[in-house]
Ligand binder design. Structure first.
Ligand code: FES
Ligand SMILES: [Fe+2]
Length: 424
């Protein structure tokens, strides 16, 4: 169903980019028609993350993924190349691959047994005498998505044949992704499968906002800070002090990040601490990077890549919108390549403690998403405030930079949301 232009313009008005009081209307979380429009205007138009190449390392490996409502297969063919194909049989439309991931020489549709190679070519049809001799199989392969990019192992698709190029899309956040990769002297990561997932009864943008929200931690995660204090790892004051340092940045294109300062002092940054502890890592990092680069690399960041990806210290976090009030989130823990095994083991344990299903952080956040989804149904005053720090933010190289508790990344997200919804 085509969404009418005036409706979309109306959606764009749900973001008030007021220089003193940036606001978002509560219906962006609750209106099912708006959700459908988002799938078309955002998820089916812009660049969307679909996985990491280390999830499909060998020919025959595949994973299936949803981009908005669109089912896709990401697969590696015998030619070693990666393909992103619509998961839809060219005969009568069944998905040809039902598994979440696996390894296979071909995809066989269960309905009438048409068979496709890993690059999508139609290579077999059951009882093929039912088709004329001149039936041209080459025209009935699985359909590749219009645009597919492998950026340093991170795989993105665009379901729109036209629009901003991937290079344009990623440009504002690119240098931060490079620093993030730089914690590995090979500048590469490897996903440890399978991911762990959670679903919450709330809108997808609640997760998109929260991953760079430096304001909530001292309240929502106070119990975690108390656990750290009981374990004598850090006092509550130390945890809270740490949460005041650094900056929050809103970038063009809807991307954003939360950043803690980098340091070459082992007492002040994780990277420096690991370099101090593991001489091999130290040597490899110093061979590869200058001190100036190490200062950047050692900054701790939560990076949001609009619209569905977070790069965290320990994991990729992928947002899958299911309905206006239902969202799935998948956490893909990754190893840093070419670092001592003990470093990755330490990262994994740290991840489990805070982000794991029985961890201290994620359950608290999910609870909050549920509370927002419930609260925004209330009428009376229907606008939400995202104006924290507007009066004190500065613009540096096209980035909106604020105090670490400011809502600069969230404003950047909604500026891009508004642009895409208006242009659809
Ligand atoms: S729908 Fe796939 S073979 Fe018929
Ligand atoms: Fe949180």
């Amino acid at each position: 169903m085509a969404v009418r232009e005036e409706t979309l313009r109306r959606y764009a008005e749900l973001v008030a980019d007021d220089p003193r009081e940036f606001r978002v209307h509560g219906s962006v979380y609750t209106d099912p028609d708006l959700f459908d429009a988002e799938l078309r205007a955002i998820f089916e138009r812009t660049w969307v993350y679909v996985g990491h190449e280390s999830e499909v390392p060998a020919p025959g490996d595949y994973k299936t993924v949803l981009v908005g409502t669109q089912p896709l297969i990401v697969t590696r063919h015998e030619d070693g190349r990666l393909y992103a194909l619509y998961n839809r049989c060219r005969h009568r439309g069944a998905v040809v691959c039902r598994q979440e991931r696996g390894h296979s020489n071909f995809f066989r549709c269960r309905y009438h047994n048409w068979v496709y190679a890993n690059n999508g070519d139609l290579i077999g049809m059951a009882q093929s005498t039912g088709y004329p001799d001149d039936f041209d199989r080459s025209r009935y392969g699985l359909t590749p998505v219009p645009r597919f990019e492998n950026y340093r192992g991170l795989l993105f698709v665009s379901l729109a044949p036209e629009g901003p190029s991937f290079a344009e899309h990623i440009a504002p956040v690119r240098r931060y992704i490079e620093y993030w990769l730089g914690r590995s002297p090979a500048e590469a990561v490897e996903v440890s499968l399978p991911p762990h997932r959670y679903e919450y009864p709330g809108n997808w943008k609640l997760q998109a906002e929260n991953g760079t929200d430096g304001y909530h931690g001292n309240y929502v995660h106070l119990s975690w800070q108390r656990v750290l204090a009981l374990a004598r790892e850090a006092t509550v004051e130390e945890s809270q002090h740490y949460r005041q340092s650094g900056s929050a940045r809103g970038l063009a294109g809807g991307h954003g990040l939360l950043e803690r300062p980098g340091s070459l002092n082992p007492n002040s940054s994780w990277t420096a601490r690991m370099m101090h502890r593991y001489p091999d890592y130290d040597a490899a990092m110093r061979r590869r990077f200058t001190d100036e680069e190490l200062m950047q690399i050692s900054a701790r960041r939560n990076i949001f890549v609009f619209p569905n990806l977070f790069l965290f210290e320990t994991h990729f976090r992928v947002i899958v919108p299911k309905a206006v009030d239902r969202t799935e989130v998948a956490l893909y823990v990754y190893a840093l390549k070419d670092v001592p095994e003990a470093i990755n083991q330490g990262r994994f344990r740290g991840h489990e403690r805070f982000f794991g299903p029985a961890g201290f952080g994620t359950p608290d956040d999910i609870e909050i998403f549920t509370e927002v989804q419930t609260g925004v149904r209330a009428r009376g005053q229907e606008w939400l405030l995202l104006n924290r720090g507007q009066h004190r933010e500065r613009v540096e190289d096209g980035e909106w930079v604020g105090h670490t508790t400011d809502e600069a990344p969230q404003r950047a997200l909604y500026r891009q949301w508004r642009r895409l919804m208006a242009d659809a």
